[in-house]
Design a protein around this ligand. Structure first.
Ligand SMILES: Nc1ncnc2c1ncn2[C@@H]1O[C@H](COP(=O)(O)OP(=O)(O)OP(=O)(O)O)[C@@H](O)[C@H]1O
Ligand SMILES: Nc1ccn([C@H]2C[C@H](O)[C@@H](COP(=O)(O)O)O2)c(=O)n1
Ligand SMILES: [Mg+2]
Length: 192
C-alpha cells in the first residue's frame, strides 16, 4: 500500500519548492503530476504529446487515465520510501474519481497539504520563475487560475470537509512556510 500526501494550491503557491525540501529531509518521494506530464509530452513516440501540450497551454486538465497511470508507474518504479508527495493532483472531479477507481486498495491518503497564497502573488512568482515553461505567460496563467478556482478549489473544500486538509499559508519566506509544513508532517506521523 502506497502512503500518499496530496499537495495542492494555486499555480505558483510553492508546491514544487516545498516538496523538494520535504523529499530532501523527510524520506518522502516527490512526484509532480505536471512534471510527469511534461516528461510524457517530450517522450519520443508518446501518443499523448500533442494532447498534453494543448491542455498545458490552455490551463485545462488532462484526462485522469493518462495522469494517474503516470503517477502509478512512477510510484512502482520508486524504491523504498516513507511515502509519496503527489504534487498538483487531484486537480478536478475527474482526477479524484479516476484516482479512487484506479488506486482503490493500492494507496492510503495520509493527508492533503494545502498551500494557500493570494493569486496576484502566485502570478507574479510564475512570471518570474524563469524555467521557460510554455504556460508561464499572462494568457495561460489567466486560464490556469480560472481552472484552479472553478475545478481545484472545490476538491480542496471536499478534503477540508473530510478533515484530511492541512492548510499552510505560503505567502511568506520559504523557510517559514517549510517550518510549518514540517510540523504538519511530524504531527501526522506521530498519529500513525
Ligand atoms: N515562499 C516563497 N516565497 C517566494 N518565492 C517563492 C516561494 N515559494 C516558491 N517561490 C518561487 O515561486 C516560483 C513558483 O514556485 P513553485 O514552482 O514551487 O510553485 P508551484 O506551486 O509548484 O507552481 P505550479 O503549480 O505552477 O507548478 C518559483 O520561482 C519559486 O522559487
Ligand atoms: N493533475 C494534473 C496536473 C497538471 N496538469 C497539467 C495542467 C497544468 O496546468 C499543467 C502544469 O501543472 P503544474 O506543474 O503547474 O502543477 O499540467 C493536469 O492536467 N493534471
Ligand atoms: Mg509545480
Amino acid at each position: 500500500m502506497h502512503n500518499v500526501v496530496f499537495v495542492l494550491g494555486p499555480p505558483g503557491s510553492g508546491k514544487g519548492t516545498i516538496c523538494a525540501k520535504i523529499q530532501e529531509n523527510l524520506n518522502y518521494v516527490h512526484l509532480s503530476a505536471g512534471d510527469l506530464l511534461r516528461a510524457e509530452r517530450q517522450r519520443e513516440g508518446s501518443e499523448f504529446g500533442a494532447l498534453i501540450e494543448s491542455h498545458i497551454r490552455n490551463g485545462s486538465i488532462v484526462p485522469v487515465e493518462i495522469t494517474c497511470s503516470l503517477l502509478e508507474n512512477a510510484m512502482k518504479a520508486s524504491g523504498d520510501a516513507k511515502g509519496f508527495l503527489v504534487d498538483g493532483f487531484p486537480r478536478n472531479e475527474d482526477n479524484l474519481q479516476g484516482w479512487n477507481k484506479q488506486m482503490n486498495g493500492k494507496a492510503f491518503i495520509q493527508f492533503v497539504l494545502f498551500l494557500s497564497c493570494p493569486v496576484p502573488i502566485c502570478i507574479e512568482r510564475c512570471l518570474n520563475r524563469g524555467q521557460g515553461r510554455t504556460d508561464d505567460n499572462e494568457e495561460s496563467l489567466k486560464k490556469r487560475v480560472e481552472t484552479y478556482n472553478q475545478q481545484t478549489f472545490p476538491i480542496i473544500e471536499h478534503f477540508k470537509k473530510s478533515e484530511l486538509a492541512r492548510e499552510v499559508k505560503s505567502e511568506r519566506p520559504v523557510d517559514e512556510v517549510y517550518a510549518d509544513v514540517v510540523n504538519v508532517f511530524n504531527e501526522a506521523n506521530k498519529q500513525k
